[in-house]
Design a protein around this ligand. Sequence first.
Ligand code: B1M
Length: 211
Amino acid sequence: MELLREISENLQKGRAKNVKELVQKAIDEGIEVNRILEEGLLHGMSIIGEKFKNNEVYVPDVLIAARAMNTGTELLKPLLVSSGVKAKGKVILGTVKGDLHDIGKNLVRMMMEGKGLEVIDLGVDVPAERFIEAAMENNADIIACSALLTTTMIEMETIVQKVKESPLAGKVKIMIGGAPVTDNFRATIGADIYTPDAATAAEAALKVCLA
Ligand code: B1M
């Protein structure tokens, strides 16, 4: 669809103002929120990701595109998040230590909130101890960790180990995700749940909380 293609192209060029206007237009035209996200914003971001890998664009270009992406997702947030509903469970969410990528994590938060879960977002570069402290303080059901780098995903193993050694052992489920993470990796480190994207992460989290 033309409008979604325009969103993707403007995102790739980092034109945050245009992205905001076009996303608003798509909402006003009644285009399904998931399509605006997937075929507009995420489509543009995946092209930037490919170009970044091939050295066709550089960190500043990616940052500008990421800012445009955030402008768009902020507009979609109220449509993804239901309000006034009693939380069905509590999730501690963060990007692991050493890792500053937060776009996927923020989507996970929005989707989980959209399912009526309370999400305590610890941000990026979160050490294992902080996940555990927050889970204990808030009596959380789930610790959800995101990692985008092969060099930081190993931090998830530390989190699993430290949870096992803590009073949370057996009480909290550990969910992991992010581009380099796989279900094989989950099994290797002994985490409870892996999901490939934000929507399935929210579904899996809700299932845990309702169990
Ligand atoms: Co970074 N970066 N980056 N980067 N960056 C990647 C990840 C990379 C794959 C690019 C590439 O080379 N092709 C590469 C990693 C290579 C590797 O480890 N194998 C890379 C690199 C190398 C780096 C730096 C080291 C670059 C440098 O400085 N030389 C550096 C590291 C900084 C650090 O973290 N310490 C760096 C920096 C950056 C920016 C700051 C410029 C920026 C981040 C901005 C921000 O997040 N605020 C950035 C970006 C934007 C990317 C790419 C282009 C896009 C990532 C993204 O936001 N995708 C990325 C290339 C790519 O992925 N194609 C890349 C969109 C987002 C919606 O997807 O986060 O995967 P994603 O989330 C998905 C799923 O993974 C899943 O749900 C989402 C979809 O629904 N998901 C979960 C995520 N978390 C989940 C948790 C769950 C479940 C599902 O449960 C808990």
